[in-house]
Write a protein that binds this ligand. Structure first.
Ligand code: SF4
Ligand code: SF4
Length: 373
């Protein structure tokens, strides 16, 4: 018996899949669905599993608000704008970056990654944005890697766990006041926390919401969780400074835990859950699970300095400055097309790409259906 909430998700995903297929046949490319925008490379945490730690707090430039306005003007309407970094809330004009896209109707949902260290700023920004753009989907993705001791140790910030819970509770309170507002936790599974997934989920259900949305991702790096990237385009050094995958003997138990947690959530037809189970299989077998049709088509990466890449495991291929910050010109330019050809054979566990790829195949939609049953 599939619940109505899951039926709705499956119908919408199938419709979108068909639309995207038609667009691909017409133009040769899937339409851009999500832009991952790094608004800053500054960060106030020191996470052991951070995959971009070498680029943090080393003075990498940030596009100005005026330049980001030009980007917003020139992107197609996105299903999702993901603001990330670094820690996005460290940018004083973060709210204006959201506004740049929202006032042009260029983002159906803005998803903001945060380590949750600034609950007051998040609450104030949310109130202001929801008053201005009630229809805008606004979602926060809070990093949460274990119960208090584990989380604070991984993040290198004492008290970080309490701040995340404070932030989550505050956003859940606001959910009763505003529509199209959400928050969820994302746990990066590592050697240090893989036995804590269920206890952490229990805690969130008890202290934040019984209907809590809890996402997961396996810790990743370009050397051990990506395969067949041509050496000349592989990004170097992307990966954690001091954190490894859980032992493979633990994978069956992790899969079981993830299934339990998915069955507890407000919806079960969850492409990211399908991706999580596939990630484990991919690491174990080193075999591709869902073809990465998303990098450079449905998903793009824009770094804070204006560099653009098709994904974070491959090198940027151009900088927006050359295109006067016109994103569309760059995305359909020669360099972008050339790079697309170079990355047609690789596969990896990166959720922003592999997780989305699930929704671009009948196999993925069938796996989502089975998860919902
Ligand atoms: S994972 Fe996020 S919060 Fe942690 S150091 Fe990296 S950028 Fe900062
Ligand atoms: S995200 Fe896609 S293109 Fe990028 S390395 Fe992974 S498989 Fe290759």
């Amino acid at each position: 018996m599939i619940r109505s909430v899951d039926q709705k998700i499956l119908v919408e995903t199938t419709k979108r899949f068909r639309r995207n297929q038609a667009e691909k046949q017409r133009t040769g490319l899937y339409p851009l669905e999500m832009l991952i925008l790094y608004v800053t490379m500054r960060c106030n945490a020191k996470c052991d599993h951070c995959f971009c730690w070498e680029d943090l707090n080393v003075g990498i430039p940030e596009m100005s608000l005026e330049q980001i306005e030009k980007v917003a003007e020139s992107t197609p309407p996105l299903r999702q704008l993901l603001l990330t970094g670094g820690e996005p809330t460290l940018r004083a004009d973060l709210i204006d970056i959201v506004r740049a896209f929202a006032k042009r109707g260029k983002a159906q949902t803005v998803l903001i990654n945060t380590n949750g260290l600034k609950p007051k700023k998040i609450v104030a920004m949310t109130e202001e944005l929801k008053a201005e753009f009630p229809d805008l989907g606004l979602e926060y993705q809070l990093s949460l890697d274990g119960l208090a001791t584990t989380h604070d140790r991984i993040r290198g910030v004492p008290g970080n766990f309490d701040k995340v819970i404070e932030t989550l509770k505050a956003i859940y309170d606001l959910k009763s006041k505003y529509r199209n507002l959400g928050a969820h936790a994302l746990t990066v599974i590592t050697e240090l926390n893989y036995e804590e997934l269920i206890p952490l989920n229990d805690f969130l259900r008890e202290h934040v919401s019984h209907d809590f949305v809890h996402g997961f991702e396996l810790v990743r790096d370009v050397e051990t969780t990506a395969w067949h990237i041509p050496a000349e385009v592989a990004e170097q050094g992307v990966g954690p400074k001091a954190m490894a995958l859980p032992p493979t003997e633990s994978f069956p138990q992790i899969a079981e835990d993830l299934k339990v947690i998915n069955s507890r959530g407000p919806y079960r037809a969850n492409s990211f859950h399908v991706h999580n189970l596939a990630q484990l299989r991919m690491v174990e077998t080193e075999k591709e699970q869902f073809k990465c049709v998303t990098a450079g088509q449905a998903v793009g990466v824009l770094y804070s300095n204006g560099d653009v890449a098709h994904c974070e495991f491959t090198l940027p291929f151009a900088n927006l400055e050359k295109f006067d910050f016109n994103f569309d010109d760059l995305w359909h330019g020669e360099e972008a097309n050339e790079r697309r050809k170079q990355i047609s054979k690789c596969f990896c566990i990166h959720g922003c790409f592999h997780g989305k790829a699930v929704e671009y195949t009948w196999k993925g939609i069938w796996e989502m259906t089975k998860a919902a049953m």
